[in-house]
Design a protein around this ligand. Structure first.
Ligand code: ADP
Length: 203
């Protein structure tokens, strides 16, 4: 199974991706996590990405495309993957199409988590407060000023992909504001063999 989860920061892509991993035996490919690991390791990619990420801007397309090209070729990704945080721009989506076509692979679904931006800001503020309360380090890009920029970036650069995949006919939408278990159930319906042919968002 090969999937993309689309949605703004804080929409719950990571949480749902982890559940899909346990349920379907696929791997989660989060470019955000991979970039943060690169920054931590101080690798050349990490050195290049660090300041960009702290400003809440996008890392250049060729950097993330190279990371994904390498990662989907690895053995553990053979049984499938859920992409979380990639693609984020039109050129990334086109590069992904090409990568998959070269390997004779197809996407099973692109799933949009639909959310209300106002509520989203509150959600991320809660995530920040909880992280700090646990004594863990808060992500530099979760600061309110940076976060607003990330939402703007999503709106201008990533949201157009909803239309891109809509036209291809691979797009499904779920209500990302529903409780976590309900979102999971909606994803299950989309991904179950019986749900595959049902109308968008149906069930
Ligand atoms: P979120 O979805 O919460 O905004 P991520 O963890 O997915 O955060 O990404 C964090 C940061 O990593 C982004 O703000 C961006 O700087 C960088 N990044 C992650 N994925 C991509 C991508 N596909 N293209 C460009 N930059 C990316």
């Amino acid at each position: 199974m090969r999937l993309i989860l689309l949605g703004p920061p804080g929409a719950g892509k990571g949480t749902q991706a982890q559940r899909l991993v346990s349920k379907h035996g696929i791997v989660q490919l989060s470019t955000g996590d991979m970039l943060r690991a690169a920054v931590k390791a101080g690798s050349p990619v990490g050195l290049r990405a660090k300041a960009i990420m702290e400003r809440g801007e996008l890392v250049p397309d060729e950097v993330v495309v190279a990371i994904i090209a390498d990662r989907i070729g690895q053995a553990d990704a053979k049984s499938g993957f859920v992409l979380d945080g990639f693609p984020r721009t039109g050129p990334q989506a086109e590069a992904l199409d090409k990568l998959l076509a070269e390997r004779g692979l197809q996407l099973d679904a692109v799933i949009e988590l639909k959310v209300d931006e106002g509520i989203l800001l509150k959600r991320i503020e809660t995530r920040v407060a909880e992280t700090a309360a646990r004594g863990e380090t808060v992500r530099a890009d979760d600061k309110p000023e940076v976060l607003k920029g990330r939402l703007d970036t999503y709106r201008t650069q990533t949201a157009p992909l909803i239309d891109y995949y809509g036209k291809k006919g691979t797009l499904k939408s779920v209500d990302g504001m529903a409780p976590i278990d309900e979102v999971t159930a909606a994803l299950d319906r989309i991904l179950s063999p019986a749900g595959a042919g049902s109308p968008k968002g149906g069930g």
